[in-house]
Ligand binder design. Structure first.
Ligand SMILES: [Zn+2]
Length: 401
């Protein structure tokens, strides 16, 4: 099983120059794609797809010698990354991809990695072969996963280089219980299970959060170009990296545990979720007003959720059910009553019809589980207001909107 397979890269100054060129090419190609999408008329389909953009890349390489001198793998992967970013944007898990600035989130991706492209030199040292750069040393801080298919090289704002290896993890054997679990993306928690467990991804500790809130002010006071300013910037970057690492680690542990404990895992279908999140109301609104602190890790949480579903699909192939999330947060799990007002706050569910109370996130997770298991919720009690559940909502007198 793989953990967070990120390693510190230690390029020589000469190698670093080539890496920075690669980053520049990747950024150039990415920004070109951003421009193309920005100029597309709203409502009109047909922004260039990945294949069309690859053709344009070929043209651009014919035109610009400096681009031609770079690696086509790196440049194509930047386009591929952009295509994925657009898909994430349409799936509402991420914001629209934007223009990349030099020195911020620089990176490149390499695919079609072969078995001999990563090797260990000694107990603590290894190296990876990067196109047009050659063998670059890395700190062998943990075992490199078997069967690396691709990797990403990144440079953080503190100027440190890392390589992250990607290999599809081995499937986890399913338990023989037939048990179905529903998993909801919570607001107050990272994930709520239909068992009632509320899982929270470890973010930054309170002292770290406080620091992260304080540092930008210190940055504003520091003189441009001063070494003090560089130090504060590096400290901010380190804190953010720590937060991301913890989130990734949590995703690996949680996905393995879910795949091991449950035979079928039901999650929201994110493609549908995107269109209904705002209808759920309670989901987005709290995000806006719970203040600065929550705003800090919202991006991390959103990315963490996407990664959790992706990892589950790797570790429990064929055992994931994606459920239309519409109304899962508004339906009474006891008797199937439906009303938008039943979700009283981000954490409380109280059915307006029967008074059934539950944690709102766990309640949604139970509805997801029951939908996946094919039970109409009403089968367990019937609805005094009439009308079976898990059907179209228009029959329900309580339905609002
Ligand atoms: Zn009820």
């Amino acid at each position: 099983m793989i953990g967070v397979s990120r390693y510190r890269l230690q390029p020589t100054p000469a190698q670093e120059r080539v890496l920075l060129e690669h980053c520049g090419h990747a950024r150039f190609v990415w920004n070109l794609a951003v421009e193309q999408h920005a100029h597309r008329k709203p409502g009109r389909k047909g922004a260039p797809g990945f294949a069309e953009q690859c053709r344009q890349l070929t043209q651009a390489r014919a035109e610009f010698a400096w681009l031609r001198a770079g690696s086509i793998v790196v440049q194509q992967q930047a386009l591929k990354g952009f295509a994925q970013a657009m898909a994430d944007f349409f799936g509402k898990t991420h914001r629209r991809p934007t223009w990349r600035k030099r020195g911020r989130g620089e990176g490149l991706r390499v695919v079609a990695v072969e078995a001999g492209d990563v090797r260990r030199l000694s107990r603590k040292v290894g190296e990876v072969r990067i196109p047009k750069v050659g063998w670059v040393r890395l700190r062998w801080s943990r075992a490199v996963p078997e069967g690396v298919k691709s990797y990403r090289v990144t440079r953080d704002r503190a100027g440190r280089w890392h390589v992250t290896f990607a290999a599809v993890p081995e499937p986890v054997p399913a338990p023989d219980t037939g048990e179905v679990v529903g998993v909801d993306r919570g607001i107050a928690v990272s994930a709520a299970l239909s068992t009632g467990e509320l899982l929270k991804a470890p973010g930054l500790r309170d002292t770290e959060k406080a620091r992260l809130l304080r540092l930008p002010r210190r940055l504003a006071r520091a003189q441009r170009g001063s070494s003090r300013r560089a130090k504060v910037k590096a400290a901010i970057a380190r804190l953010k990296a720590r937060e991301t690492d913890r989130s990734k680690d949590w995703v690996e542990k949680t996905s393995t545990s879910l795949a091991r404990r449950f035979e079928v895992i039901a999650v929201e279908d994110l493609k549908i979720a995107g269109t209904t999140r705002s209808a759920r109301g309670t989901v987005e609104a709290p995000g806006r007003n719970v203040g600065q602190e929550a705003g800090l890790n919202r991006g991390v949480l959103a990315a963490g959720w996407g990664r959790l579903v992706e990892r589950l699909e790797h570790k429990a192939p064929g055992r994931i059910r994606k459920i239309d999330p519409r109304l899962t947060s508004q339906t009474c799990n006891a008797r199937g009553h439906r009303a938008a007002e039943s979700r009283q706050s981000q954490s409380r569910f109280r059915c307006l019809a029967c008074g059934h109370q539950d944690n709102a996130d766990a309640s949604a997770a139970r509805n997801i589980r029951d939908t996946a298991a094919g039970h109409a919720v009403a089968a367990r009690g019937g609805s005094p207001l009439g009308g079976p559940v898990n059907r179209e909502p228009q029959h329900d007198r309580l339905l609002v909107g």
